[in-house]
Design a protein around this ligand. Structure first.
Ligand SMILES: [Zn+2]
Length: 467
């Protein structure tokens, strides 16, 4: 199956298309060697390179190639760059470690159903009617929602991979696209054609310098077979790509896999060689000690999706235990049918609250560590080493947070990260840069026409719902 390319220009602004720009900042002069670098000067810079570092009166220098040149106290950086005083707080763009963003078109369906019935009775019948163009518009809509919230990268498990890539190219977001493999698409049990298709897609679309990386995403062990998952993993490993799979989301799923195979999903993945490359397991709610040890020893990652897990009644992932076992953890929203938005600030806050509440331990996850679950740790979970922290040489994916709001008043520098994690919100995000390019300026998208995208999304959602 090769879906047709989407119609160009859905929601595209007349100006500000997806092409790369020569300067880091729109509307800024770039004459002379010094002007090739733009310096953003803020009240605080939170680099997320090491837990807890805060730079008062800090600056981020952004080169014309979209990468960070330097980060530090503004007074300590060398003169030369064009200076833009933005105030507020700068932090890395947030990284959504697990999403099915085109599901914006079926946002909030099936509320109150357990996962298996929710999928079979509410989600899959509607998704089965989605066209590639629906996937494109759904991704445009969700990508716009994420950028406005300061979420600059998302890891997508979905079909319609060409359309998902085209949509992210339009909005200017960074994307990890992991095309899905589901049993419904391989009725004869032969996964090879789909694996070949994804391998070819990786060859033609894996372009980290253009914000796109490509992985492989078997839906789950319970939907496919362990052997099929092993086959897919081998092909992902052959090209060094991320292997992304739903893992231990519900208790019934765990019991079903144990009954069918006599081993846990994680053990089965290990037995089939699937943990030998970069691995991202989504959810991990029901992982036991042995599973956690296997994942930690393999250097694997888990996407923690607390809000989706709570809404579907799946449980609370043992994040503190996962981190203690050496597993890399990033937070994710999951799809907007089970969340029901793509506001990663909510997962960023829920992760430490749940770790502390469920563990009866107020020290279970400190605020600085919680922040990394949505930034540097999440990027590491996606095998993106030069994203998620503000460090010289990394991509200039930067978010400005307004601190001049009641929720941050009074502001105590010694409490800044606690305030950011527990009082921070997408509402306070004013400006967003991806690879140095401003994609949100003064709370408005610069790349796509949001009203047009929302209107198109509404039309398509109505059609899917049979209205
Ligand atoms: Zn999912």
């Amino acid at each position: 199956m090769r879906p047709p390319r989407p119609k160009e220009g859905v929601g595209r602004k007349e100006t500000g298309g997806p092409g790369r720009q020569t300067g880091a900042m729109n509307g800024q002069g770039n004459e002379g060697a010094g002007a090739a670098v733009t310096r953003l000067v803020a009240d605080y810079v939170v680099p997320c390179d090491t837990d807890g570092r805060v730079i008062p009166a800090g600056a981020v220098d952004i080169g014309a190639d979209g990468r960070i040149v330097a980060v530090g106290p503004a007074a300590d950086l060398p003169p030369g760059p064009e200076v833009r005083r933005v105030g507020g707080l700068l932090l890395p763009g947030l990284v959504n470690a697990h999403a099915h963003t085109p599901m914006t078109l079926i946002r909030s369906v099936g509320d109150g159903l357990p996962l298996d019935r929710w999928l079979k009775e509410a989600v899959w019948p509607l998704e089965g009617r989605m066209t590639p163009d629906d996937g494109h518009v759904g991704m445009l809509l969700g990508s716009a929602e994420m950028l406005l919230a300061g979420v600059t990268t998302s890891c997508e498990m979905y079909l319609f991979e060409a359309e998902v890539v085209a949509a992210a190219a339009s909005t200017g977001a960074r994307l990890v696209i992991t095309p899905g493999v589901i049993s419904a698409l391989i009725p004869n049990g032969n996964v090879e054609p789909r694996i070949d298709e994804i391998t070819e897609f990786h060859r033609t679309h894996h372009r980290p310098d253009q914000r796109i990386t490509v992985g492989f995403a078997p839906h789950s062990i319970y939907d496919l077979t362990p052997a099929q998952c092993g086959e897919i993993a081998a092909r992902a490993q052959a090209v060094g790509a991320l292997f992304h799979i739903h893992l231990e989301e519900t208790r019934s799923e765990r019991e079903q896999v144990l009954a069918a195979h006599g081993a846990s999903a994680t053990q089965l993945l290990a037995d089939h060689g699937a943990l030998e490359g970069p691995v991202l397991g989504a959810h991990g709610v029901w992982l036991d000690d042995t599973d956690r040890r296997l994942l930690g020893e393999a250097g694997a990652a888990v996407a923690h999706c607390p809000q989706s897990n709570l809404k579907l009644g799946s449980g609370i992932a043992p994040v503190a235990d996962l981190l203690a076992a050496g597993v890399t953890v990033g937070v994710g929203t999951d799809g907007p049918a089970s969340n029901d938005d793509l506001d990663l600030w909510e997962e960023l806050r829920l992760a430490p609250l749940l770790a502390r509440g469920a563990g009866h331990d107020p020290e279970a996850m400190a605020a600085p560590a919680a922040l990394t679950l949505a930034t540097s740790r999440a990027a590491r979970a996606l095998a993106l080493p030069d994203v998620g922290h503000l460090t010289a040489g990394t991509w200039a994916d930067v978010v400005r947070v307004d601190l001049d709001v009641p929720a941050f008043a009074p502001l105590r520098p010694e409490n800044l990260l606690t305030q950011l994690v527990f009082a921070g919100s997408s509402r306070f995000v004013t400006d967003v840069w991806v690879a140095g390019r401003p994609v949100v300026a003064d709370r408005r998208l610069t790349t796509v026409d949001l009203r047009a995208v929302m209107a198109e999304g509404q039309r398509r959602a109505d059609r899917l719902a049979g209205v």
